[in-house]
Design a binder for this molecule. Sequence first.
Ligand SMILES: [Fe+2]
Ligand SMILES: [Fe+2]
Length: 285
Amino acid sequence: MRTYQGIVDMLQDVMVRAASGEPIAVDKARGFVETVLNRLDVDPATMMSLGRYERYDAFTFGHSIRVAFLALNFARTFVTDEELLHRIGIAAMLHDVGKAWVPFEVLHSTGRLSDEERQQMNRHTEYGGQILLELAGGDPMVVAAAFGHHRTGDGGGYPKTIHEAELSTCTRVVKICDVYEALTAVRPYKDRMSPLRAYRVMMSMKGHFDPFLLWHFIQRNGLYPDGSRVRLSTGDEASVVAQGNRVDRPLVLVDGAGEEEAIDLSTDPAGAVTVDELVAQRSAA
Ligand SMILES: [Fe+2]
Ligand SMILES: [Fe+2]
């Protein structure tokens, strides 16, 4: 919770600075990314469930944090370079920083946006690129993610550019996590979508995502993501602690059970292993 609050404060500071054109200290964001990564290593379930802590805010701090958690939890399964992982985390955390320059009334509008307002809102991508380029050291990967996360894999979306520009892997990861988070989050105007429905929607959005990455994201995140609360067929309430070998059968810890009694639902339920073993197995995979 302290980490979470720290990130909210940091993002708030970043937005205020960006809005007034002051330099942004990316080092702070880097420090938080490191903390999140360390926590994800030892206790991904708690970390991911913390990421679901919800209170809507127009500046989308909660959204940015969840996108960063998702991106880091996903990227650490195929990125071994620590430095690269940090940059992906920062890119995810700051992808919507351009909203600092979107007019207040548009950002805080609770009604349907007019075409003109929608266009102003969409400019948060260009603004984000500009802010990160001018005020935050300009890491190309971070700039590109802020600029390109609403562009599609087949050249659609926004902002439009004169020249073709392929999305970087980092931007593709941020894009997947961004849309997944938006679909599965509660907003004043909509209910939460289940992960399964979100995956269906995303798979039907032809040309938007990198199919290979999306497939891996789904496998990694599962139908019951880490930290989810579930009821087993036995009637027991449990928490999902890790993903197993099957996308629909995670590893769970029944309420009140000791840490060593986690159950791998993808295999014989009798084959209990410790949470540490599960996390180690999964990290190895
Ligand atoms: Fe965005
Ligand atoms: Fe976003």
